[in-house]
Design a binder for this molecule. Structure first.
Ligand SMILES: [Zn+2]
Length: 423
């Protein structure tokens, strides 16, 4: 007797199987005849592990227009706007906005999120708020917090001290922003400092790194070297890495093998960087995305991150990782069928690897969390940004939604229009 059986779904690798859930674990996968307290018929539909977002800013989310909108659309105006907002927002404001965002995430099958938390202000209200949110959503959503010195580890007078305070309060991951420090030297020093700190404390490391159009912003080089020195491997990640889009090709031919050697991961954020980067260009105008396919070809784990939803840096967003992968697919020109399928894996299994999530998957013994989509396979899910018909988290059905079909009223045409072509 299972608690729940998901019948006849198509898994991301094309296999058709029933999945039996017992408690908070997947207990069986295959052809199941056993009884269950509840059966969901997923025949023809895609059954996937949950979506994962390895890069977000939940302390700022759903604040669009507060205290005013970002008129220039640049990263720097966004940072200065956020500098005003974080000092007027209360803990209660931030908790309420974050919980609302988590509701959206759950409805989209997004069940694990790494969020950077700004540790710049001495009051650390963002840290207090996000620790509270993490506690409240823990039964259904895994939240990982990064101590993020938004205004610089050294550029802000208490930047370094506040990162340490946040880690002592229970924040999980060491962050940084080397390209925002005053000089290249201080940026490189901040990378060495934070890598050492992560190694000493046995924590993961995730730096906002080279989020700039300046091809001479090369902090990723220092990051890879320090990850290798301390043996951090996949417990370390470089977020954004956008300057790589404009680096000299000869230099990159040396850089990428060093990143691969280190074992570190990369997290581009395509929705945000296609809008923020290239703002100082006339034409030709750069795309603002790092070298995704080129890193993957060397075996580097690359995920897609969402970064922002309705905040000082980005005026749209719905907590849908398929939106993120869809944009990434376009900007990185990942249009071969295998590359499109890879984009889906990036927002599920590759992102789970980056966050170090145990039990993410659809094997026996994995966590009883999955998503049933109104699509026949991963590529169709991307094309449609398909409805999440059922979301199961830790053994419980936590969200349900209707299919994406529509009713037509056209003479001589059928009554229902279905944009699915598979399953
Ligand atoms: Zn970010």
């Amino acid at each position: 007797m299972f608690d729940l059986i998901v019948k006849g779904g198509t898994l991301p690798d094309g296999q058709v199987a029933d999945i039996g859930l017992q408690g908070d674990k997947i207990a069986a996968v295959g052809k199941l005849e056993a009884e269950a307290r509840r059966v969901i018929d997923a025949t023809g539909d895609l059954v996937s592990p949950p979506f994962v977002d390895p890069h977000f800013h939940m302390d700022a989310t759903l604040s669009y227009g507060l205290p005013r909108v970002n008129a220039s659309g640049t990263l720097l105006e966004g940072i200065s706007l956020w500098g005003e907002l974080r000092d007027i927002a209360t803990v209660e404001d931030m908790v309420a906005r974050a919980l609302r965002y988590c509701d959206w995430a759950v409805s989209m099958g997004l069940l694990a999120i790494r969020t950077h938390v700004d540790t710049t202000p001495d009051h650390l209200r963002g840290v207090t708020a996000m620790l509270e949110v993490k506690r409240q959503v823990a039964p259904y959503l895994d939240l990982q917090l990064v101590a993020f010195p938004q205004d610089g580890l050294y550029r802000s007078p208490t930047g370094r001290a506040n990162v340490l305070r946040a880690l002592d309060m229970g924040v999980d991951v060491v962050g940084g922003i080397p390209h925002f420090e005053r000089t290249m030297e201080e940026g490189a020093a901040s990378v060495r400092d934070m890598a050492r700190l992560a190694a000493e404390r046995g924590l993961m490391l995730d730096l906002h790194c080279d989020e700039t159009d300046d091809p001479h912003s090369r902090h990723v080089e220092t990051l890879a070297a320090e990850v290798t020195r301390h043996g951090l491997g996949a417990r370390a990640a470089g977020s954004h890495l956008t300057s790589m889009h404009s680096m000299d090709n000869y230099y990159v031919s040396k850089l990428l093998p060093l990143i691969a050697e280190s074992g570190m991961c990369a997290i581009p954020n395509p929705l945000i960087n296609i809008t923020l980067q290239g703002r100082h260009d006339s034409f030709p105008k750069r795309r603002g995305l790092t070298r995704v396919k080129e890193m993957q070809a060397l075996g580097i784990t690359v995920g897609w991150g969402q970064d922002c939803v309705l905040d000082p840096w980005y005026s749209l967003g719905t907590a849908d990782m398929l939106d993120v992968a869809f944009m990434g697919l376009h900007v990185a020109q990942m249009t071969h069928p295998e590359e499109m399928a890879r984009c889906f894996r990036m927002v599920t299994e590759d992102n789970a690897r980056i966050m170090g999530l145990a039990g993410h998957g659809l094997k026996v013994g994995d966590q009883a969390s999955l998503v049933i989509l109104d699509a026949g396979d991963p590529v169709e899910a991307l094309r449609l940004r398909a409805a999440r018909l059922f979301v199961v988290s830790k053994g419980r059905v936590v969200a349900e939604a209707a299919r994406g079909d529509a009713r037509l009223d056209l003479p001589g045409r059928g009554g229902m229009v279905r944009r699915r072509v598979k399953g």
